[in-house]
Design a protein around this ligand. Structure first.
Ligand code: 1GP
Length: 256
């Protein structure tokens, strides 16, 4: 079974899935074993590794360390640049920034990355990546030099999602940006979910298990949190997020 099949199987058939984003600059290597132990026992569905920028950490050894302590949890690359490819991961979200109009982020970087991804033997999950305005500029917006989609225009997001489906992407990622002041609006998630028959990952600015559950109810298939776990040392928070996401029921379809 591929990582993608596993995610779909455990994730969206009956319940949503919970992903944790690890930024190599933020999680000290010495803390990786204990952190991954907590992910395993909480039932986290995958860890994503990536960041807009790498200031200090060495990417490849970091991924290797995470993988060696990951147990059953799939390790998926969520690359912020061409430097974030590692053969130690299980899979890669092969991203195209479809909310922007810059050829480099739509296809240019992907052409450069493709041979490296193949050599690394990674499972590829083609993912349509959409930046959603969160009220102020985020690192992803600045680094990509693109304009995010307006947060009060769910139809624009829905049309992008439908185009992504017709282009053959396997997942949609609605991104408010790491540390966003405002997460992706629930109404936009519902509109996107109804427009396209693809699993929807939602991340950026989700700070409480209740907010995560509300996104699942709105139609999210997978929830990503990063910053809140970096800022909060509470041992029980990972489990609280995982439980909230797994227990919440997606009601977006019934409202159709
Ligand atoms: C960022 O969606 C992720 O790419 C997670 O965002 O760090 O705000 O949780 P946060």
């Amino acid at each position: 079974m591929t990582v993608f099949e596993r995610l779909i199987d455990s994730g969206i058939k009956n319940r949503a899935g919970y992903f944790i984003l690890l930024d190599p600059d933020k999680l000290p290597e010495a803390q990786i074993p204990e952190f991954m132990q907590r992910c395993n026992s909480a039932g986290v569905d995958a860890v994503l590794i990536g960041g807009s920028l790498l200031m200090n950490a060495e990417f490849d050894p970091f991924v290797q360390q995470v993988k060696s302590h990951a147990g059953n949890v799939p390790v998926i690359l969520f690359p912020g640049s061409l430097y974030q490819i590692s053969s130690h991961a299980d899979a890669i979200l092969f991203l195209s920034l479809i909310s922007g109009r810059q050829a480099q982020h739509l296809i240019g970087s992907q052409v450069l990355a493709a041979p490296r991804v193949k050599r690394a033997g990674l499972e590829v999950i083609p993912t349509a990546y959409m930046l959603i305005d969160c009220g102020r500029q985020t690192a992803a917006q600045f680094m990509s030099g693109t304009t995010p989609l307006p947060r009060n225009k769910p139809d624009i997001a829905a049309a992008h999602a439908l185009a992504a489906q017709y282009l053959g992407f396997k997942m949609i990622y609605l991104e408010a940006g790491s540390g966003a002041d405002n997460s992706v609006p629930d109404e936009m998630i519902t509109t996107v979910k109804r427009a396209a028959e693809l699993p929807v990952i939602v991340g950026g600015g989700i700070r409480t298990p209740e907010a995560a559950a509300a996104k699942v109810k709105a139609g999210a298939s997978f929830i990503v949190t990063g910053t809140v776990l970096e800022e909060n040392g509470d041992d029980g928070l990972i489990k609280a997020f995982a439980d909230a996401v797994h227990r919440a029921k997606n009601t977006a379809k019934e409202k159709r």
